[in-house]
Ligand binder design. Structure first.
Ligand code: ATP
Ligand code: LTN
Length: 325
């Protein structure tokens, strides 16, 4: 199967990114044709510091490697280095009704969060994402729940193009993890964990043991004492149980049983230790890759060359069908 996915270089990866997206990528790379992108053109649609972007891009590449992506098994590259992404996004915009873009949840949420920064790029964001996906004849897109709506829009765009101009694109589907599709913030269990939100709400893949302990111990929980999964009545504890389950590979039931009659503090202590142990290998690998900048740049260069060939082939067909060549 052809797989494509991407992450914005907007800060340190967190366990939501890992459980929602990257964990699936690592499994998928073994038996599929995978392309994983560092989507820098998407990162500039929300407030950012231009002087920090290159550093963030390199850090995301390091994070991809530290989390377990293998350059010999998948392609990874930087979006802005393959010009066809922006070119195709423009063309897709010429036949997409504005109303479809205005109703996207992410556009509404990011507009609310940054009322001073509602730019056309933010509105067109899903078209650039559609271009990312459609350029590579992608069949499946492994993402967290928040991105499912964008993949649906991509399907619609592909369908519309194929009908209007003739078949070029494959209609992709989203691949969500069975559990972990939406990890919630530790500070506000009604909101998703996010790189650019409250840092205390988010466990970074490379957080130190002290940071992990502090964040888990101060995670917002619910009234009551029981360690029991109930998304409506106990969203805080339910989120922690989900995280516990995914990192320990134990079922929620088993964990509830293990902590029967015990308090929140004991459960949290155990979760903090589990996370410290589970994330330690990522931290070790990150240190190793941080000192190998030349190697990482070489991987990104090779990825760019491979991606360019595929993207150019699709673009030629698109232009021919649209009468542009
Ligand atoms: P930002 O704060 O910049 O919007 P983010 O933390 O929301 O960043 P993205 O770069 O938008 O992260 O997402 C990268 C991938 O991680 C996507 O596939 C997204 O669906 C997934 N993802 C992000 N947050 C979560 C979460 N809390 N739970 C599960 N998956 C998530
Ligand atoms: N919008 C996504 C990142 C993204 C992406 C993609 C994901 C950009 N292009 C293509 C999958 C496929 C997000 O997580 N914010």
């Amino acid at each position: 199967m052809k797989i494509f996915s991407g992450i914005r270089p907007t800060g340190e990866l967190h366990i939501g990114n890992y459980l929602g997206a990257i964990k699936q990528w690592i499994e998928l790379q073994e038996k599929n044709e995978c392309i994983f992108c560092i989507v820098d053109l998407h990162a500039v649609t929300t407030p950012y510091k231009s002087g920090e972007l290159q550093k963030n891009i390199l850090e995301l590449a390091v994070a991809y490697l530290a989390a377990g992506l293998k350059p010999e098994k998948c392609v990874f590259f930087i979006q802005s280095e393959v010009k066809e992404h922006a070119e195709l996004a423009w063309l897709l915009g010429t036949f997409t009704p504005l109303g479809e873009l205005y109703r996207m949840t992410q556009f509404k949420e990011k507009s609310k969060k940054h009322p001073e920064y509602i730019n056309a790029g933010l509105l067109n964001y899903p078209l650039l994402m559609a271009a990312d996906i459609l350029l590579y004849q992608t069949e499946a897109v492994p993402v967290g729940l928040d991105q499912q709506q964008h993949v649906e829009l991509t399907r619609e765009v592909a369908r519309r193009f194929n009908k209007k101009f003739g078949k070029v694109f494959v209609e992709p589907k989203s691949l969500l993890p069975n559990v972990g599709e939406k990890i919630m913030s530790l500070q506000n269990p009604k909101k998703k964990m996010s790189k650019t939100d409250h840092p205390q709400g988010c466990i970074g893949l490379f957080d130190t043991p002290e940071e992990i302990k502090k964040k888990i111990m101060s995670a917002v929980t619910d009234t009551g004492k029981q360690i029991r999964y109930d998304e409506k009545k106990k969203p805080g504890i339910s989120n922690l149980l989900t995280i516990y389950s995914l990192f320990s590979e134990k079922t929620i039931k088993e964990i509830e049983k293990k902590f029967e009659g015990k308090g929140y503090a004991e459960f949290k202590k155990s979760l903090a230790n589990l996370l410290i142990d589970s994330l330690a290998p990522f931290q070790r690998k990150k240190q190793e890759f941080l000192s190998r900048e030349v190697y990482i740049k070489e991987i990104l260069e090779q990825g760019k060359r491979k991606a360019q060939i595929l993207a150019q082939t699709t673009m030629q067909e698109v232009k021919k069908k649209m009468g542009l060549s």
